[in-house]
Design a protein around this ligand. Structure first.
Ligand code: AMP
Length: 258
């Protein structure tokens, strides 16, 4: 098993990881970090949420940007506001001993002027939802000419959410000679098309099997009548008194009823 030090990470980041209690790299980190630190080729990595993928691309970003340059050098695209905020928070943690590194989250549904001001105060990493970034590009509020790394996080989700056209526009607006790193939980023809059209000789870094759930997660399901579902859910909860859970529903109304 490798250690973070063996992956070639600088001491400032190693101490931040130590303080976060990260002892050993996860599978995707062990595979992606050395590659993204050294290879000039693009990369496609298959990784689900919860596998440590944020650090897998976040650490190589921090290693490759120059904090002294007050311009946007890395761009991370993610499907939701929550994910953008989480990624930005994580980057801040890994960079806690790297002065001058500033990442900003930009997403729809929040004041665009505040976000523009945050970028103009010297962000070197922008973490964005595709729609809001297009808005910023249209307003000429963000300069992407210095981008050296573009990460597509949860690429499959971004395509599911209809961001295909926005992604194309963004990738065409950024410099051709940048590195593009694509992370996706699943691999389908749309994801492959993005990789084929907008990436240079991408290496595929898969951990585990394609389109499979994490090994340490057990899946169970029960087929029931719609009218019985809350009662059935209650039984699951009663059977596991220590359960901490997130329940997903199909509609807004379902979540309210539940
Ligand atoms: P992610 O898949 O990036 O959302 O990460 C899932 C969670 O695992 C986050 O809470 C991370 O802070 C945590 N994490 C990531 N890498 C490691 C590691 N090597 N050791 C311990 N925890 C980690």
């Amino acid at each position: 098993m490798s250690t973070f030090a063996q992956l070639g990470i600088r001491p400032e980041i190693l101490s931040a990881l130590g303080e976060l209690g990260f002892e050993t790299p996860t599978a995707v980190q062990a595979k992606a970090i050395p590659h993204l630190l050294t290879s000039e080729r693009d990369a496609v990595a298959l990784a689900q949420t919860g596998t440590g993928k944020t650090a897998a691309f976040g650490i190589p970003i921090l290693e490759r940007i120059d904090p002294a340059q007050r311009m946007v050098q890395a761009l991370v695209l993610a499907p939701t506001r929550e994910l953008c905020v989480q990624i930005t928070k994580d980057l801040g943690r890994y960079a806690s001993h790297l002065p001058g590194v500033k990442s900003v989250a930009v997403y729809g549904g929040a004041n665009i002027r505040d976000q523009i001001r945050d970028i103009q105060r010297g962000a070197n990493i922008v973490v964005a939802t595709p729609g809001r970034l297009i808005d910023l590009i249209d307003r000429k509020a963000v300069d992407l000419s210095g981008i050296r790394i573009a990460v597509l996080d949860e690429a499959d989700e971004m395509l599911n959410m209809g961001f295909q056209e926005d992604l194309t526009t963004i990738l065409e607006t950024t410099p051709k000679n940048k590195h593009t790193w694509l992370f996706s939980a699943t691999m389908n023809s749309d994801v492959r098309r993005i990789a084929k059209n907008y990436m240079r000789e991408a290496d595929e870094l898969s951990v585990g099997r394609a389109n499979a759930a994490a090994d340490d997660i057990k899946h169970q399901y029960t087929v029931i009548q719609v009218r019985d579902r809350y009662l059935a859910l209650k039984r699951f909860v009663d059977a596991e008194p220590d359960l901490f859970a997130i329940v997903f529903c199909r509609t807004k109304q379902d979540t309210q009823e539940l």
